[in-house]
Design a protein around this ligand. Structure first.
Ligand SMILES: [Zn+2]
Length: 393
């Protein structure tokens, strides 16, 4: 730990916890408690923030009257707990709208390389099909998150109900949706590319009432990962996220399961999606999408796409999030591949994972990480323990 500065991962704070204890971090997935500290050690840790070079902390602690060996031991324990990282090269640092995103991914990634996660988005190509409030909101969030290219697909024009989601503007009513949205995207991300013929890395498909089986089959056959979002009058389904060639159930799997439960489903589905793009068969104008529902779906869909681009397996692979008004609180429904579909392949290897905590040990000696089972501290040598659920602030 000499030479290269080491600091707390971005976003971690040291919080006073007791007369002889401090807590590092608040998220129970990785927060730990340093306890059995002397007053001088508490004072030392209270001055630590993410700008503090922890390699120099033992010497600074000695000046404050603390035992540098004990402080060095606790710094080592924070290393072991994965809460410390070396300074990234200055050229890799991320500033501006995505700085918080980079900090969050620095916490989520085992290698703490949140800046790399955000920077790599500039090379990503994401397609968004269906540019009503949900699709437009998704595209806007992805552009603001640094996705380099967004391919926009919608034949419609902006209507006044489209303003509900907050992405389309009154001044764009009557304009083609893609044209209007390109202006919005360039407002939040001036460098975003919104045209070209690049193959998408992932496609978000936003559809009313039900997912079109033909479109889903086409996307599965093309091998492009795709996320289905279905928006209905008072609820929406986000997911599943389908990664063709993996063990994920596809959209056809879901329809086969639904047909098993309700033999009329194929007919209902056909009636729901037939003539969707035929203006002469649309009948009465649709009332549009509810703003808070569209915003919730857009946030969830965008997060899932960004999780995929970060190399993780998005939670909605094999799962739908059912988001219903008035609460707009997602409820998850898992799905399995349908045996009659034949789409699923064995699980792929090599995907990254995000940190989920649970690195707890049991030793009570200095420099270890132990699970917290109560809110009390244990007399003895200074040590760390995991600040598990129930002790987060
Ligand atoms: Zn399938």
């Amino acid at each position: 730990m000499t030479g290269t500065p080491f600091r707390l991962r971005p976003g971690l704070r040291v919080l006073a916890r007791d007369v002889d204890a401090v807590q590092v971090g608040q998220d129970p997935r990785w927060a730990v408690v340093l306890d059995s500290l002397t007053p001088a050690e508490v004072a030392t840790w209270a001055r630590v923030d993410e700008a503090t070079d922890l390699t120099a902390l033992p010497a600074a602690a000695q000046h404050a009257g603390a035992d540098p060996a004990r402080v060095r031991e606790l710094v080592g324990a924070l290393h072991a707990a994965g809460l410390v990282r070396p300074d990234p090269p200055r050229a890799r640092l991320v500033r501006g709208p995505t700085a918080a995103d980079a900090a969050a991914w620095s916490l989520l990634r085992a290698d703490a390389a949140g800046e790399d996660v955000v920077r790599s988005r500039a090379d990503a190509v994401v397609g968004v099909v269906g540019l009503g409030p949900t699709g437009a909101g998704t595209a806007r969030l992805l552009a603001a998150a640094g996705v380099g290219t967004l391919l926009l697909d919608d034949d419609g024009t902006v209507r006044s109900p489209d303003v509900a989601g907050g992405a389309h503007r009154w001044s764009d009513v009557g304009a083609p949706r893609p044209t209007a949205l390109r202006r919005v995207l360039r407002d939040v991300a001036p460098d975003v590319r919104v045209d070209g013929d690049a193959e998408p890395d992932v496609v978000v498909v936003v559809e009313p009432d039900a997912a079109d089986p033909a479109r889903g089959a086409l996307l599965t056959a093309s091998g492009v990962p795709h996320l289905s979002v279905v928006v209905r009058a008072a609820d929406a389904l986000v997911g599943p996220f389908v990664r063709p060639g993996t063990a994920d159930p596809c959209l056809r799997c879901l329809d086969l399961h639904r047909a098993d439960a309700d033999t009329a489903w194929p007919r209902v589905l056909a009636g729901t999606t037939a003539g969707r793009d035929d203006a002469s068969r649309r009948g009465a104008p649709r009332p549009g999408e509810v703003g808070v529902l569209a915003a919730a779906c857009a946030a969830l869909a965008s997060a899932q796409v960004l999780a995929l681009l970060a190399g993780t397996v998005p939670l909605l692979c094999g799962t739908t999030a059912e988001i219903a008004l008035p609460d707009v609180v997602p409820r998850l429904r898992p799905w399995t591949p349908h045996p009659d579909c034949g789409c699923a392949a064995p699980p792929a290897a090599g995907t990254a994972t995000v940190r989920t905590g649970g690195t707890a040990g049991t030793s009570g000696t200095a420099g270890t990480v132990a699970a917290a089972t109560t809110g009390t501290t244990t007399p003895g040598p200074a040590r760390t323990r995991h600040a598990g659920p129930g002790v987060g602030v």
